[in-house]
Design a protein around this ligand. Structure first.
Ligand SMILES: [Zn+2]
Ligand SMILES: [Zn+2]
Length: 489
């Protein structure tokens, strides 16, 4: 349900974002609101200024007064629907007689997401979401991350020696300490390092953290980044590109592992640990035959993956491989919303039948990498009419954030020379091949199409380039020759 926004609408939302930006509202979100009267003129503006102060919508409404009747409100975040220190903004908009509400982003908190919108719509107000949603999330990425995941938001800034010698960077370090002071004063987070410790770390050009996120630190340490000079991490929002201007590279915590993998692939530094480690092995008899289950730990994120191996695969060519992305709802609960469980069973059945192959069960791929909670939240949005890709994007998440590095490493560890990959997803093939794995054939895996997932499957074909012949149920038996890329329909 993508819609075209007019330049006028964009400029109103841009203004709302600009209004919100200067304020330090932590732990509340930055929110801006612009109200455009029936005549097309701005009649009210507001921005949240911090805990205990009025919400952006309330400020804009009081400025607009009677002119709010029949007006359009542009707001950067879904209006609140709960009574806190202030009455719910959704109700205030209704009471003021606003005719239309344009929202940049849904509330990231899964417990309340969509409620403000529903409240407005029930009151007969035309309500649309998604105008400049990405910009709105970027406005306060720390807030969105924290409300989505419950984890503190940590960013890493990597500076080269030249950038560090630059005066502007020293100024930035001071700004960074100031920001950390503010956060230390306002956050009840775990294991806060002292200001002095932070300053010391920054001066020595070492890792800088405002809040220690144990998982992130662990990942950094394993990646060999903690002890490297000129690495800083900071919490919170970007200084509007300031860091990048000064030759600093700003990364998300989640990106750090990916950056490490890139470095590792280009030129593996001597003594760096392998990315995956074989931890345990046991036989598992299944209804599709006997498999060996080999448990692997991914060293850059600590995740546990399983390789279900049937027959001899070491040194073999054209081994049948399913790289299966974990899907709790499909694999375990037999959900009909997707085809994952069916594909897993079908892959095991086929590998059992031919007597040789590998099912890689990749953890952390839930919902194409967005995680279980966000996947359920995306399902909730799909109930409101969004498709699987739009829902991810609405939540400020990528349509597909899976990485196949660990899977590729496991195949290398198993000694598989080349493989035939069971997938309908050419992008997955490319993702695996990017890690140097030789795939001689993509073997379609069509199973479990039903009334509940037909739209989902069609979306995967239309938007994610999957190759599924929706009308030919025998497609699962057809094979696509190497190099014969089918265009997405
Ligand atoms: Zn509010
Ligand atoms: Zn699934």
């Amino acid at each position: 349900m993508s819609r075209a926004w007019s330049d006028a609408e964009r400029s109103r939302m841009r203004r709302a974002i600009d209004l919100a930006r200067p304020h330090r509202t932590h732990p509340n979100p930055r929110v801006g609101c612009v109200i455009v009267g029936a005549g097309g003129k701005v009649v009210g503006e507001g921005a949240h200024r911090g805990v205990g102060t009025p919400h952006a919508e309330a400020m804009a409404l009081s400025q607009a007064g009677g002119a709010a009747c029949g007006a359009t409100a542009f707001v950067t975040l879904e209006p609140c629907s709960h009574s806190g220190r202030t009455p719910p903004c959704a109700d205030a908009l209704v009471a003021a007689g606003v005719a239309r509400v344009v929202i940049a982003a849904y509330d990231p908190d899964a417990r309340v997401r969509g409620r403000g919108v529903v409240r407005l719509q029930r009151a007969g107000i035309e309500t649309v979401v998604g105008l400049m949603g990405e910009d709105a999330v970027r406005l306060d990425v720390g807030f969105h991350h924290h409300r989505r995941t419950g984890l503190p938001y940590v960013r890493a800034v990597v500076a080269d020696a030249e950038a560090r010698a630059d005066d502007a960077v020293s100024v930035d370090i001071a700004a960074l300490i100031g920001e950390a002071d503010h956060l230390l004063a306002t956050t009840n987070g775990p294991a806060l390092p002292s200001r002095r410790k932070l300053a010391g770390l920054a001066e020595r050009g070492h890792l800088y953290v405002a809040i220690e996120d144990v998982q992130v630190i662990g990942a950094l340490r394993r990646a060999g980044l903690v002890d490297a000079a000129s690495h800083y991490a900071r919490i919170g929002e970007d200084h509007d590109g300031l860091w990048t201007q000064d030759g600093l590279r700003v990364m998300d915590a989640g990106e750090i592992g990916a950056a490490y993998r890139r470095i590792d692939l280009e030129r593996p530094p001597a003594g760096w640990p392998p990315l995956i480690c074989r931890r345990a092995e046991a036989a598992i008899p299944t209804r599709y035959g006997r498999f060996r289950a080999i448990g692997y730990e991914s060293l850059d994120d600590g995740r546990h993956h399983v390789a279900l191996v049937r027959g001899r695969v070491t040194g073999e060519e054209g081994v049948l491989v399913r790289m299966h992305s974990e899907c709790l709802t499909g694999d375990v609960f037999a959900s009909l919303r997707c085809d994952c469980g069916f594909q897993l069973q079908e892959a095991m059945r086929r590998i059992g039948e031919v007597g040789r192959g590998v099912v890689l069960y990749m953890r952390g791929h839930e919902g194409r990498g967005i995680g279980l909670i966000d996947k359920l939240a995306a399902y909730a949005l799909q109930e409101l009419g969004r498709d699987t890709v739009e829902a991810n994007l609405d939540l400020g998440l990528p349509a597909d954030s899976r990485d196949y590095g660990a899977g590729a490493r496991i195949l290398a560890d198993l000694g598989v020379n080349s493989l035939r990959l069971l997938t309908n997803n050419p992008a997955k093939r490319a993702g695996v091949e990017a890690y140097g794995v030789r795939i001689i054939e993509r073997v379609p895996l069509v199973a479990g199409e039903n009334d509940h997932n037909r739209t989902y499957l069609r979306t995967k074909v239309a938007k994610l380039g999957h190759v599924i012949d929706m009308d030919d149920r025998s497609a699962g038996r057809k094979r696509e020759k190497d190099g014969e890329g089918l265009p997405p329909s």
